[in-house]
Design a protein around this ligand. Structure first.
Ligand SMILES: Cc1cc2nc3c(=O)[nH]c(=O)nc-3n(C[C@H](O)[C@H](O)[C@H](O)COP(=O)(O)OP(=O)(O)OC[C@H]3O[C@@H](n4cnc5c(N)ncnc54)[C@H](O)[C@@H]3O)c2cc1C
Length: 299
């Protein structure tokens, strides 16, 4: 019987983790912030802590304390903090760690995981001795059931903090969570100028969708908020329709959108790799094609 402990400081990531694990483990306990609601997930014991986790060492101390109750594996949501905590815990346990896995199975008594490799160009399937895993966000759809009985226990954050919090500054956030969008109009460097974003926005509004972008648009040029970046170092999205405007289709972008149901690409280069991912492709200039689409949608 597989008994696992799961942790994420982020609600959505923990829900994803629980959905992922419910198909793979028989017994699941969680460590979570007070306020998280585990009902709807197959959780046996929920350990609630209060307080902030700016100091990862306190979380490590807590994780080690609870893990010593006897678990096969620890799963942590791969947020920035989660990755740090997981690495520190696995080092303390004296086992290797597998980061950013998106598949986990037990074969012949050993964990076999899948994760992207070479910046997302390949998928590595690996048998491992690891006890600690981080789950890549976007690896599972959140599925809730009607289950609601779990044992709740309060735990304290103890252990000596090794960092001192001097202040908190909120990161500028986009107005939406693109991982939830059903239709995405995604902008690449092919848009050419900042004002071009307005054209893409018109299309997104017309379709009732959301705007997203490639890394050059979101993180380099800042023509869209960083929260809207799709890809390896951005968000993993799975909308019903993904429209790529002037996106070349490099693997680091593709890993963020390849689970979209229908992909429509508009690119003036007929050899652009994005067309390998596209269900529908238009070879043409954004500034010629998008106004035509808008006109068609008007009528
Ligand atoms: C570790 C790492 C992580 C990364 N993470 C990400 C990530 O999360 N997300 C991401 O997107 N990238 C990521 N990248 C960058 C990635 O490798 C690519 O550089 C990036 O995706 C390219 O963005 P793009 O397609 O917008 O631009 P380009 O590759 O420059 O493509 C522009 C495309 O627009 C077309 N075009 C030009 N003008 C027009 C026009 N008028 N009409 C129609 N088409 C036109 C061109 O033919 C071209 O295909 C990462 C890279 C690394 C190394």
């Amino acid at each position: 019987m597989l008994k696992v402990l799961a942790f994420s400081e982020r609600k959505e990531l923990l829900e994803e983790l629980l959905s992922f694990l419910s198909e793979r483990a028989e017994e699941i306990d969680i460590v979570c912030r007070e306020g998280f609601d585990p009902s709807g997930f197959r959780v046996k014991n929920a350990y609630f802590f209060n307080g902030d986790l700016y100091d990862p060492w306190q979380a490590v101390d807590l994780m080690l304390r609870i893990f010593s109750n006897g678990y096969d594996y620890l799963f942590v949501g791969a947020s920035t903090l989660g990755r740090e905590i997981a690495a520190l815990v696995s080092q303390k346990l004296g086992y290797p760690m597998e980061s950013d896995v998106f598949e986990f199975q037990i074969k012949d008594g050993k964990p076999v995981v899948k994760r992207y490799y070479f910046g997302g160009k390949t998928v590595m399937t690996k048998e491992t001795e690891a006890k600690v895993f981080t789950l890549l966000p976007g690896s599972a759809e959140i599925k809730k059931s009607t289950q609601s009985n779990y044992n709740a226990q309060k735990v304290e954050l103890t252990g000596s903090a090794k960092t001192k919090l001097l202040g908190v500054e909120e990161k500028a956030k986009g107005s939406v969570d693109i991982t939830k969008a059903q239709i995405i109009v995604s902008v690449g460097r092919g848009i050419g100028k900042k004002e071009g974003i307005d054209l893409a926005r018109q299309l997104a509004v017309k379709l009732g969708g959301e705007l997203a972008g490639s890394r050059p648009i979101c993180s380099d040029l800042h023509w869209l908020e960083e929260d809207r970046q799709v890809g390896l170092s951005g968000k993993k999205v799975r909308p019903k329709i993904y429209i790529a405007l002037g996106i070349s289709g490099q693997i680091q972008h593709i890993v963020g959108m390849r689970d979209s149901k229908i992909v429509i690409a508009i690119n003036k280069d007929k050899n652009a790799p994005i067309f390998n991912e596209a269900d529908y492709g238009i070879v043409g200039d954004i500034y010629a094609v998008v106004p035509l689409l808008l006109k068609k949608l008007e009528g």
